[in-house]
Design a protein around this ligand. Structure first.
Ligand code: MG
Length: 271
């Protein structure tokens, strides 16, 4: 299983480079850092059907860090979902593939996001709704670390624990960077795991690039049926391209020219 998800993650990385190059667009570092998580989600961990994207018993996945939408579009494309535009039209005028992820015309995208701190509230509401309908489907949400600066995240955290949303799984892409500086310099989160625990969540910490650990925590096995689960995934922003790793530059910089060619070469070696 890990072989499939690793192959998918490498493809997502390659698409993300090509898309941000073609669109002269941002956030390639954000996508590279979470590609292993997406690779695991879309190679079996998520119960979704590309040929029946609105199936009522599907797992719902919300990318709350919507600026990294290129990664979700690439994952959906590889999984066989129908998108409204070609991947290389990312960020082009009139394209369905806007830089911040959009559900319009794109099968498999549950919610348009981009304003940070909204995804968890929606995912919690979906989890409650699924339970009220007697569905065994899960609600999953991928957030950034910087996003946890938003007060709405902690309101949703209270709500989810209060309602014992055992069908809710949140993944935090904990790369220790936000936009153009470190988390620590901007607004510290530590002790991060203890905060979630105190809010009543089950907490698991994983290496966000270790596919075995990701399959184990995202594959559906639960610590308890009566508490929401948060998976704190320790990641490296820009993972997979040596000169992009842990560099704030690649939050906004678009890969062009020689940098694009070098990055492609490094990812191609992982395909
Ligand atoms: Mg971050």
């Amino acid at each position: 299983v890990a072989d499939n998800s690793k192959a998918l993650a490498a493809k997502i990385r390659m698409h993300a480079l090509a898309m941000t190059n073609a669109g002269n667009s941002s956030h390639v570092g954000s996508v590279l850092g979470m590609s292993d998580i997406l690779g695991v989600l879309y190679s079996g961990a998520l119960r979704v059907e590309p040929e029946n994207p609105r199936e009522s018993n599907r797992d719902r996945f919300i990318l709350s860090k919507g600026h990294a939408g290129a990664g979700v579009y690439a994952a959906l494309y590889e999984a066989g979902f129908e998108l409204g535009s070609n991947l290389l039209d990312h960020c082009a005028d009139g394209s369905s593939l806007s830089g911040h992820v959009s559900h319009k015309n794109n099968a498999g995208v549950e919610l348009s996001t981009g304003s940070l701190g909204h995804g968890l509230s929606v995912a919690a509401g979906i989890a409650l709704g699924l339970r009220m309908r007697g569905s065994d489907a899960r609600s999953l949400c991928l957030m950034s670390d910087g996003e946890c600066d938003e007060g709405s995240v902690w309101e949703a955290a209270l709500f989810s624990a209060h309602h014992r949303l055992g069908n809710l799984t949140v993944i935090v892409d904990y790369n220790k960077l936000q936009s153009i500086d470190s988390i620590e310099n901007t607004l510290g989160l530590e002790p991060f795991a203890l905060k979630w625990e105190a809010f009543g969540w089950d907490v698991v910490e994983v290496d966000g690039h270790d596919h075995d650990q990701l399959h184990q925590t995202l594959g559906g096995a639960r610590l308890s049926e009566r508490a929401p689960l948060i998976v704190i995934a320790h990641t490296v922003k820009g993972k997979g391209v040596s000169f992009m790793e842990n560099s704030v530059l690649w939050h906004y910089r678009s890969p062009q020219g020689e940098e694009f060619e070098l990055a492609k070469k490094e990812i191609a070696a992982q395909l």
